[in-house]
Design a protein around this ligand. Structure first.
Ligand code: FAD
Length: 462
């Protein structure tokens, strides 16, 4: 039996970041992981592989649609799907091995196998029981399906199957117009699949700024994706390797079907805590199965903490990472803090979509007086040169104090541009602070400054 200051169960972005920070703060640390490789959902079957496929297919899109306009003539590349998969797998391998290296460097023990918590202060992995002053549950999440739909990871797939399809489908139906559905849908649309997205709600990307939603749907539509909104999927039948999706339109209860070679069920994810022994231990969970924690990530059992997708809040890698670092600080007797009001969300389609803070709809609902400063990428020289002028930056600031309350970007590199606004919000900045900051020309960032200027006396280039 070995004993540790901290044992973390799960090596996703929550768990591995927590382990590294614990070790850096002088705690004797181990991390349990049942998967063959470290890095969790994010590195193995989530953020990283999906971004590799998005990158490769975006290059294809550029070659097919924009190269000739720039005088780059010749045939567009043909797709070698096996090689694209190998590139994706290599990207995963480099990243997961990187975490293994960091574990060694920081003297973190990887306890290989599936862990459970037989009692507070003890973690069981295989036949071995290890002692720990504190335990952190970082076991993440798994795909959630709909009643009546069986995922076989061949014809009816979750995001995991969608990352490794044996061939590019001719027709794909995506159930759910959230982040994962739209990212994977646009990968296959760029590869030539006819992609139809069926969504229960009347808008895509539920919860996002309404203006962004509309604009985003229009742009994806221009790229060839079809949308059926306000449609409740009733079931999926599979026969002879073909699927039929049955759905009912909410507006008139009419029923219809869609044929597909592959159906991606992207209706969300649920916390994964199977096998940990939570109920025997008395650790409370919410109705949705999320581990209940207090403001310092402590569960209802002393000495056991939880972070990441396994608890409440947005299921995002960087949220899990921030909680991982913060709980490590708490365990080392320091102050751990996560500002849940400034967690950016990004969709890595082309154009990208990014947001932070409040939406106009939320501000209206809460009766907060605000002003919106908006700037279109049409007025940005760099975006025009790069065929990336679709979209806009919108900054929401308090009407009286000018303090930035939120930002919504659809456009090139939106996922990077958003961080300037995140930093500004962390410092309690006013829109005027961004507007008065010199921005290099020609950059996409100038559109952020122009949106900030639009909160005051007005932008220059519109
Ligand atoms: P996870 O990453 O899920 O890791 C949990 C780990 O715990 C797993 O490796 C699991 O094997 C292990 N584990 C579970 N139980 C046990 C046990 N009992 N014993 C041992 N090990 C155990 N988020 C973003 O921020 N940006 C993105 O671009 C993005 N893209 C995504 C794309 C896809 C297709 C998917 C599916 C998700 C994406 N996400 C993205 C979400 C992101 O992957 C998750 O929010 C993040 O991985 C959560 O981190 P975590 O540490 O809480 O858990």
């Amino acid at each position: 039996m070995s004993s540790y200051d901290v044992i973390i169960i799960g090596s996703g972005p929550g768990g591995y970041v927590c382990a590294i920070r614990c070790a850096q703060l002088g705690l004797k640390t181990a991390c349990v992981e049942g998967r063959e490789t470290l890095g969790g959902t994010c590195l193995n079957i989530g953020c990283i592989p999906s971004k590799a496929l998005l990158h490769a297919t975006h290059q294809l899109h550029e070659a097919e649609h924009n190269f000739e306009k720039m005088g780059l003539k010749g045939k567009s590349p043909s797709v070698d799907w096996k090689q694209m998969q190998a590139y994706k797998d290599d990207t995963i391998g480099q990243n997961t091995k990187g975490i293994e290296f960091l574990f060694k460097k920081n003297k973190i023990d990887w306890l290989k196998g599936w862990g459970s918590i037989p009692e507070a202060g003890k973690v069981k992995v295989g036949d071995q029981i290890h002692e720990a002053k504190n335990i952190v549950i970082a076991t993440g999440s798994e795909p959630a399906s709909l009643p009546g739909i069986e995922i076989d990871e061949d014809i009816v797939v979750s995001s995991t199957g969608a990352l490794s399809l044996s061939k590019i489908p001719k027709k794909m139906v995506v159930i759910g117009a959230g982040v994962i559905g739209l990212e994977m849908g646009s990968v296959y649309a760029r590869l030539g699949a006819e992609v139809t997205v069926v969504e229960y709600l009347d808008t895509i990307t539920p919860g996002m700024d309404a203006e962004v939603q509309k604009n985003f749907q229009k742009i994806l539509g221009k790229q060839g994706m079809k949308f059926i909104l306000g449609a409740a999927v009733q079931g999926v039948d599979v026969k002879n390797k073909k699927a039929t999706v049955n759905y009912k339109l909410k507006k008139d209860d009419s029923e219809a079907t869609l044929d597909a070679d592959v159906v991606l069920v992207a209706t969300g994810r649920k916390p994964f805590t199977d096998g940990l022994g939570l109920s025997d231990l008395g650790i409370e969970v919410t109705q949705k199965g999320q581990v209940k924690t207090d403001d310092h990530w402590a569960t209802t059992v002393k000495g056991v903490y939880a972070i990441g997708d396994a608890i409440t809040g947005p299921m995002l890698a960087h949220k899990a990472e921030d909680e991982g670092m913060a709980v490590a600080e708490v365990l080392a007797g320091k102050q751990g803090h996560v500002n849940y009001g400034v967690i950016p969300g990004v969709i890595y389609t082309h154009p990208e979509v990014a947001n932070v803070g409040r939406t106009e709809e939320q501000l209206k609902e809460d009766g907060v007086p605000y002003k919106a400063g908006k700037f279109s990428f049409m007025g940005n020289g760099r975006a025009k040169a790069n065929f990336a002028a679709d979209g806009f930056v919108k900054i929401l600031a308090h009407k009286e104090t000018d303090r930035i309350l939120g930002a919504h970007i659809i456009g090139p590199m939106a996922g990077d541009l958003i961080h300037e606004i995140c930093v500004a919000m962390e410092f309690g900045a006013a829109a005027q602070d961004l507007a008065l900051t010199c921005h290099a020309h020609p950059t996409y960032s100038e559109a952020v400054r122009e949106a900030a200027l639009a909160c005051g006396d007005g932008p220059i280039h519109s």
